[in-house]
Design a protein around this ligand. Structure first.
Ligand code: AMP
Ligand code: ZN
Length: 127
């Protein structure tokens, strides 16, 4: 399979790896949103949240909890934002969780162009 993250997992493409075990590899994003922007990537190829199993997801979350402590200490960040794209907006079709270290007044925010519906209309669809 021609997957760039599988190649990083197999060390065919270099990466700045911060942490690695038998299940995940964490490396710095090549185009960071903030200093320390990292990707937590399962070694096995899963496409997205629908595809990945719960044991691996739990391991990813545990990895994030450990790294949060490390990033606070070593990067002196004020927090972390976690995000994970699925299908639309997902550039690399190998599951990955973004860790975006946050710094006071960093100006990072989510914006959109969509027409905002009344939350009641959405509630009626989702309840
Ligand atoms: P997404 O849009 O959620 O699929 O994010 C993919 C991320 O992978 C982007 O933030 C890219 O900058 C990052 N990326 C792509 N190729 C590499 C690479 N070779 N090494 C590190 N990060 C990469
Ligand atoms: Zn892959």
């Amino acid at each position: 399979m021609d997957c760039i993250f599988c190649k990083i997992m197999n060390n065919e493409i270099p990466s700045y790896t911060i942490y690695e075990d038998e299940i995940v590899k964490v490396f710095l994003d090549v185009n960071p949103i903030s200093n320390g922007h990292s990707l937590v990537v399962p070694k096995k190829h899963f496409t997205d949240i629908n595809d990945i199993d719960l044991d691996t997801l739990t391991h990813i979350q545990k990895t994030v909890k450990d790294l949060f402590i490390k990033y606070k200490e070593k990067l002196n960040c004020d927090g972390i934002t976690l995000c994970q794209n699925n299908q639309y907006g997902q550039e690399v079709k190998h599951y990955h969780l973004h860790i975006i270290p946050r710094y006071e007044n960093d100006g990072i925010e989510l914006k959109s162009n969509i027409e905002k519906l009344d939350p009641k209309e959405i509630y009626e669809k989702l309840k």
